[in-house]
Design a protein around this ligand. Structure first.
Ligand SMILES: *Cc1c(COP(=O)(O)O)cnc(C)c1O
Length: 412
């Protein structure tokens, strides 16, 4: 650890003034591939070469038989649910510590999300909680590889198979993550991906589904293409779907980004390992524990737990603000579990669409408890993945900033 700058006088300059690597990275390969699409004239369509090339490359990278692109990682979840026949009257188990879309995609197909708590060490869906949440109306489970750490795919796949319910992996945080050395997104019936601007592979917006099941791949392609039968007439629509296609421009950027991804995954692992080791030495800071079966962690987010007691009672929000003042782009993350977002807590959605009937008791989402998720919202600090693209030795800036904030607080 580097010497800190604390002392009698407060240093006027932040620990870090140099910018962190930017994200996304506007590289020459992306520009060239964009120009190729621009000049080539095939800007849209499921048969544009740029789209087909990316789908093939993404499938190869993940060792998945099929990859199907679509407009974003919310719609990809909806397409997956719809293709699996999930709809009104069905329940889908989801974790509450995740981005809204994991749960609203369920409402999007008129099913009802059921929240099951997370594991206290990985923040991914807790298999015990899942088992307890499965009931007669459960049709599917969506697990999230939170922050890029794979969920416990051994137990989740076993539980889903035993109960005969589908598993969808929300892999929006997990490009390149591996469980027992096998890419995530290939364990469930579908893997769902987002290429939104903050994600580890991005075209600004975009999404995809991966699957090894030929029929599910066809279903996904048909639903994202207005419900046309594959190979059928253009103006014949035989199932519900929509125009949820990616543009060739997005596909071009994704192909360029995919070439960089393996090196970035490695760099993030290296930087995260340093942070794990060095941050753990600071009293009041506890990085999340990694499951040894998580052979590659994608680190969409670097997460650590913060105990205000060790920092003179400094609240989480004030701590992350102080880190930002020191040049570290730390965030307090999800402010509350999804079940306590007004949408759910106040049931601001059409309950009848979900198959709810007056004789059913309405779900009191606001009273679910879910203590592990509540606690995660109270005590977790996030660093965005592009911090981990800096040279590994620069992780000392993060460690020093945490140390400076602590010493300054304890001295005051
Ligand atoms: C980003 C994200 C999504 C949704 O992806 P979009 O492309 O933004 O629609 C879904 N789930 C998780 C966990 C995400 O972080």
């Amino acid at each position: 650890m580097q010497p800190t700058r604390t002392g009698a006088s407060v240093p006027p300059t932040p620990v870090r003034t140099r910018p962190w690597p930017q994200w996304p990275i506007p590289d020459a390969s992306g520009r060239a591939r964009l120009a190729d699409v621009f000049d080539g004239g095939e800007w849209n369509g499921v048969t544009a070469p740029a789209v087909l090339d990316f789908e093939a490359a993404f499938g190869r990278y993940l060792n998945a038989r099929h990859a199907t692109t679509c407009v974003n990682g919310t719609v990809s979840l909806e397409i997956a649910l719809s293709a699996l026949g999930v709809g009104s009257g069905d329940e889908v188990v989801v974790p509450p510590y995740t981005f809204l879309a994991t749960a609203t995609a369920v409402l999007g197909v008129n099913a009802l999300p059921v929240f099951a708590d997370i594991d206290p060490e990985t923040y991914c869906l807790d298999p015990e909680a899942l088992e307890a949440a499965i009931g007669p109306r459960t049709a599917a489970v969506i697990c999230v590889h939170l922050g890029g750490h794979p969920a416990d795919l051994d137990r989740l796949t076993e539980i889903c198979e035993r109960h005969g319910v589908a598993l969808i992996e929300d892999a929006a945080h997990a490009h390149g993550a591996r469980w027992r050395d096998r890419p995530v997104g290939t364990f469930g019936q579908y893997g769902s991906w987002s290429f939104q601007g903050s994600k580890n592979l991005t075209a600004g917006e975009g999404g995809a589904l991966t699957t090894d099941d030929d029929a599910l791949a066809v279903a996904a392609r048909e639903i994202r293409n207005c419900g046309r039968a594959e190979g059928g007439p253009w103006y014949e629509h035989y199932r519900f779907g929509g125009n949820w296609r990616l543009t060739a421009f997005q596909a071009a950027l994704l192909s360029a980004g995919l070439e960089q991804l393996p090196g970035q995954v490695e760099r993030r692992e290296e930087c995260a390992a340093r942070l794990d080791e060095e941050l753990a030495r600071i009293e009041g800071i506890r990085p999340l524990r990694r499951d040894p079966r998580a052979t590659t962690h994608a680190h969409h987010l670097y997460l650590f737990r913060y105990e205000p007691e060790a920092f003179g009672g400094l609240p989480l929000d004030a701590f992350t603000a102080a880190l930002r003042h020191e040049g570290i782009p730390a965030m307090p993350g999800y402010p509350r579990p999804l079940n306590r977002q007004p949408l759910f807590a106040e049931r601001r959605f059409d309950q009848r669409a979900t198959g709810w009937r007056p004789e059913y008791p309405p779900t009191r989402f606001d009273r679910l408890g879910l203590p592990v998720s509540e606690r995660a919202c109270r005590e977790t600090v996030w660093l965005p993945h592009h911090v981990l693209l800096a040279p590994p030795e620069e992780m000392s800036d993060v460690v020093e900033a945490v140390d400076v904030v602590r010493r300054r607080r304890l001295a005051s």
